[in-house]
Design a protein around this ligand. Structure first.
Ligand code: PLP
Length: 430
């Protein structure tokens, strides 16, 4: 494969954009090499500036669950754009969107739209603090909730990829209010809560972690956190920016049958437009301005183009269970195929998967938290990533990211991916 134009563009980009990218993981720094500059995408395929085609397992980091440039979404945006791109006033479409989300997601009495997942998580935490009158929060090592100050403590995703332990610019005061526990370790959380009696406003968690690869909650973990939150008057926040509308119409809450007090959304909810949302129980949500004094706002919140794109995609997902069933079947098929080529290779590996989220760690022990994800052979992952890329398979450029399947993928695409994985494993062993 030829990447000449991407290389030229990357050099040019670095002259005017920090590191040449507008979000760090895109720079390929952890896997090395030159980021691929994408020109367009359709369905399951990305096409780069050099004319290469890739089977896409990033799906724009989650949103493109039915594939790129979905006809219904494109038509809806085109039509809406002729009516202006923003008003800054209430619109009927926002009510439609809120009602649709409420009909799909459990425990959402009221919902507020934002322009990103970061804003949604940041606002949910502020709301939990305002509601409980307490300051501290507990998060989990390797979970990523966006780049607001209080989350940049032992975070996953790009921070894990670049091994950033402490973020300059985040004050000690803010960092000290964020307590961190290992994922899947209920005992540590119980201890933190006991040591900080009546000080914890919220526990925020990715109910399935997707920012240290894909890591599943062990049986009883989320249930234990739920009970603890109820007993200690702590707001339980599910960050469903990745899992929302992906693992089921009602996200991880529905799939794992655990109730949250507040939920945050992003990615699928905007069909690739800049959207996030936070919602939850009425009693808590009523603290948000203008009902209450917890201030939260946004010039472009509820933007008509973003709303129509998200509404169209969610409506399509909500029509039948078919998309979710097909995504599950395709992901299980991929998992089975990868299992067979990896086991033949003799290289130690772990595949974690739920619904259409899946990841591979080069590890000889279960990957259940950040420590086990970080101790995997991530240098080997980098080689695997490039071997796959050269074969036209576009994986996330870091072992600390989940892969996302989209329902435009065909079984032929999956077979090509499995074949490429087998060849790549042979290549990286040499
Ligand atoms: N929460 C989770 C679980 C995420 O994966 C992300 C982004 O990857 C965010 C929050 C932040 O969302 P955004 O990048 O839209 O600000």
């Amino acid at each position: 494969m030829n990447f000449t134009k991407s290389q030229t563009l990357f050099e040019k980009a670095q002259a005017s954009i920090p590191g040449g990218v507008n979000s760090p993981v895109r720079a390929f720094k952890s896997v090395g090499g030159t980021p691929v500059f994408i020109q367009r995408a359709k369905g399951a395929y990305l096409y780069d500036e050099d004319g290469n085609r890739f089977i896409d397992y990033i799906a724009s980091w989650g949103p493109m669950i039915l594939g790129h440039a979905h006809d219904l979404v494109v038509q809806a945006i085109q039509q809406k754009a002729t009516e202006s791109t923003s008003f800054g006033t209430p619109t009927e479409l926002e009510i439609d969107m809120a009602e649709l989300i409420k009909s799909m997601a459990p425990n959402v009495d009221l919902i507020r739209m934002t322009s990103s997942g970061t804003e949604a998580c940041m606002s949910a935490v502020r709301l939990a603090r305002g509601y409980t009158g307490k300051n501290k929060i507990i998060k989990f090592e390797g979970c990523y909730h966006g780049h607001a100050d209080s989350f940049l403590v032992k975070a996953g995703s790009g921070l894990a990829t670049f091994n950033i332990q402490q973020v300059p610019g985040v004050t000690a005061g803010v960092a000290n209010d964020t307590l961190v526990a290992p994922y899947n370790d209920l005992e540590v959380v119980q201890r933190l809560v006991a040591e900080n009696k009546n000080e914890i406003a919220a526990i925020i968690i990715e109910p399935v972690a997707g920012n240290m690869g894909c890591i599943l909650p062990e049986p009883g973990f989320l249930e234990g956190l739920r009970l603890l939150c109820t007993q200690e008057n702590i707001v339980f926040i599910f960050d469903e920016v990745m899992t929302g509308f992906r693992l089921a119409p009602g996200g991880a809450q529905q799939r794992l049958m655990v109730d949250a007090d507040l939920v945050t959304y992003g990615k699928v909810i905007g069909a690739g437009m800049p959207v996030g949302a936070f919602g939850g129980k009425r009693e808590i949500m009523e603290y948000i301005a203008p009902l209450g004094n917890v201030y939260q706002a946004g010039t472009l919140s509820g933007n008509p183009l973003a709303m129509v794109a998200g509404y169209t995609l969610l409506s399509e997902l909500n029509k039948t269970q078919t998309h979710y069933n097909e995504l599950d079947e395709k992901t299980l098929y991929l998992r089975g195929g990868l299992d067979s080529v990896f086991s033949k290779s003799g290289i130690p590996y772990v595949i974690n998967q739920i619904g259409s989220m899946i990841s591979v760690h080069f590890s000889d022990r279960p990957v259940t938290d950040f420590a086990s994800a970080a101790s995997a052979n991530n240098a080997l992952f980098s080689k695997f990533f490039h071997a796959m890329l050269r074969r036209g398979i576009y994986l996330p450029p870091s072992a600390f990211e989940s892969w996302f399947l989209n329902n435009a993928l065909t079984y032929e695409d999956l077979d090509l991916t499995i074949l490429a994985a087998g060849e790549s494993l042979l290549e990286i062993q040499q």
